[in-house]
Write a protein that binds this ligand. Structure first.
Ligand SMILES: *[C@@H]1O[C@H](CO)[C@@H](O)[C@H](O)[C@H]1NC(C)=O
Ligand SMILES: *[C@@H]1O[C@H](CO)[C@@H](O)[C@H](O)[C@H]1NC(C)=O
Length: 243
């Protein structure tokens, strides 16, 4: 009996560590304009443009830790240089996976290790006026406390963005809101130096983000809600402009 159980365990391990992940990112863009996803480090998504209304299914790497974000209002100029109003990577290429984005941008952070995936929506590098949601499909929290919850930031933060943190495009329109760390460059908000570790606290700016986007992380050590660790979800539905 024990031998047979062990045999099945072996078989199962083989299936699980087979090399290709069974987990997908299902992207749906419900905004009125296209967005261009990007990832750092590269996740090798060869089709960054996500047009409104379509479903884009992307098989995730087995093991990957990084950020995904959506670039907005992208154009190619007369010398074929591709750039975006927010989330630009500065390479001039549509497929600019790899480099980190210019801020402000809302980040979807993932830590993928086979079936176990940590996920969060982070406003630590600001917000680029684009509502986002991560909805795990199936799975349960690794600590056994229940199903894997939705995280998102779907409220418009532009109204609570103080003038000192407003990001504008070249025509002067507000296109995003810097985090206090990036906008004010104060170690207190960045939680560096004397403000690292337990000394890192919410601040007036992170709190105004939090009021509208309670499920997102708003300062470096924000752990409310905790960073969820989900086991066995078949997909992570990533929706832009979910409402
Ligand atoms: C296109 O953009 C790039 C990068 O900003 C710039 O160097 C180049 O001169 C632009 N080309 C035209 C025709 O405007
Ligand atoms: C996830 O996305 C797929 C494809 O759009 C959809 O069929 C499914 O209902 C979604 N599941 C959840 C839990 O949102």
């Amino acid at each position: 009996m024990a031998t047979r159980v062990f045999f099945y365990f072996l078989l199962l391990s083989l299936v699980i560590t087979g090399g290709y992940s069974e987990t997908t990112f299902n992207y749906v863009n419900q905004c009125t304009d296209p967005v261009w996803t990007a990832a750092s480090p590269s996740i090798e998504d060869a089709m960054p443009e996500k047009d409104p209304g379509n479903l884009y299914i992307f098989y995730t790497p087995d093991v990957w830790t990084g950020s995904i974000w959506a670039r907005t209002k992208c154009t190619t100029n007369a010398s074929f240089y591709f750039s975006c109003e927010t989330g630009d990577c500065g390479t001039g290429e549509e497929d600019c996976q790899g480099p980190p984005p210019t801020y402000p941008v809302t980040l979807l952070n993932f830590d993928i290790n086979q079936a176990v995936v940590t996920y969060e929506v982070s406003l630590n590098r600001g917000y680029n006026n684009l509502p986002v949601r991560i909805q795990p499909v199936g799975g349960s929290l690794l600590d056994g406390s229940g199903p894997c919850p939705v995280v998102d930031c779907i409220q418009d933060l532009s109204n609570v963005c103080p003038a000192s943190l407003v990001a504008k495009n070249k025509d002067g329109w507000q296109v995003g809101c810097f985090s206090a760390c990036d906008g004010l460059k104060d170690p207190k908000f960045c939680c560096t130096g004397a403000f690292s570790g337990p000394a890192c606290q919410p601040n007036q700016y992170s709190q105004s983000f939090k009021q509208l986007c309670g499920l997102a992380h708003t300062y470096p050590t924000d752990n409310n809600p905790p960073i969820y660790k989900c086991n066995g979800a078949t997909a992570y539905n990533i929706t832009f402009c979910p409402i």
